[in-house]
Design a protein around this ligand. Structure first.
Ligand code: E4P
Length: 217
C-alpha cells in the first residue's frame, strides 16, 4: 500500500518524507489556498518545490473545466516535473481529457469520485489513479469504505490497472480499513500516518526496558 500525504505544507511533507514511508503527495486548490499559495506562477513553483522534497508522484490539479482548458493546463503541469500526475475532476470534459492524456502517456489522477460508476468510467478512460473521497461520504452518513470495496471488486473483476487512491482519509482507522479492503494508495493528513505509530503498551514497555537496563548499568 502506498502512503501519500494530502497537503501543500512543505514542512509536513518534509516530516513525512523523513519518516521514510512516504510514496507521494496529493494537493488540491483548497490545500494550496490554505498555505497562502496563490497566483499561477507561485502555484507552479510550489509543485516543483514539492517534487524536490519527495521521491514519488505529486498530484497537481487543473482548474479548467472545459476539454481544451484541461488539456492545456494538464500539459503545462506535466511538463513541470516527471513526478507530476495531472489531477482531473470527474466531469464529462474531465473523462475526455483523461482519455486524451492516457493516449499521450501523461499520467492522471481522477478526483472528486463519489460512486462506483464514476470509478468505472475513470478506469475505462485509463486514469492512473482514481480518488474516491471517503471522508466526505462519511460526512453525509454514507459509508465511504464501502465505496472502496465496491471499486476494488469491479477493478479486480476486469483487471483494470487504475490504482485506487483512497482520498479524504481523516484518521488511522480509515488507513487500516482501506489496507484491509486492498486500496492501492491512501492519502491523508500527517496525523493519519503518524497515528499508526501510537500504542500505550509500546510506551509502557519501552519505559520498563529502559528502567531495567539502568538498574543493571
Ligand atoms: C484528495 O486528493 C483530496 O485532496 C483530499 O483527500 C480531500 O480531502 P478532504 O475531504 O479532507 O478535504
Amino acid at each position: 500500500m502506498k502512503f501519500f500525504i494530502d497537503t501543500a505544507n512543505l514542512d509536513q511533507i518534509r516530516e513525512a518524507q523523513d519518516l521514510g514511508v512516504l510514496d507521494g503527495v496529493t494537493t488540491n486548490p483548497s490545500l494550496m489556498a490554505k498555505e497562502g499559495i496563490t497566483g499561477r506562477n507561485n502555484i507552479l513553483k510550489h509543485y516543483v518545490d514539492i517534487c524536490e522534497i519527495v521521491d514519488g508522484d505529486v498530484s497537481a490539479e487543473v482548474i479548467a473545466t472545459d476539454f481544451d482548458g484541461i488539456v492545456k493546463e494538464g500539459e503545462q503541469l506535466a511538463d513541470l516535473h516527471e513526478q507530476i500526475v495531472v489531477k482531473v475532476p470527474m466531469i464529462k470534459e474531465g473523462v475526455k481529457a483523461i482519455k486524451y492524456f492516457t493516449d499521450k502517456g501523461i499520467r492522471t489522477n481522477c478526483t472528486l469520485v463519489f460512486s462506483a460508476g464514476q470509478a468505472l468510467l475513470a478506469a475505462k478512460a485509463g486514469a492512473t489513479y482514481v480518488s474516491p473521497f471517503i471522508g466526505r461520504l462519511d460526512d453525509i452518513s454514507t459509508d465511504g469504505l464501502n465505496l472502496i470495496a465496491e471499486i476494488r471488486l469491479i477493478y479486480d473483476n476486469y483487471g483494470f490497472e487504475t490504482e485506487i487512491l483512497a482520498a479524504s482519509v481523516r484518521h488511522t482507522m480509515h488507513v487500516l480499513e482501506c489496507a484491509k479492503i486492498g486500496a492501492d494508495v491512501m492519502t491523508g493528513p500527517l496525523s493519519s500516518i503518524e497515528g499508526l505509530l501510537k500504542h500505550p503498551l509500546t510506551d509502557i514497555g519501552l519505559e520498563k526496558f529502559l528502567a531495567d537496563y539502568k538498574k543493571g548499568n
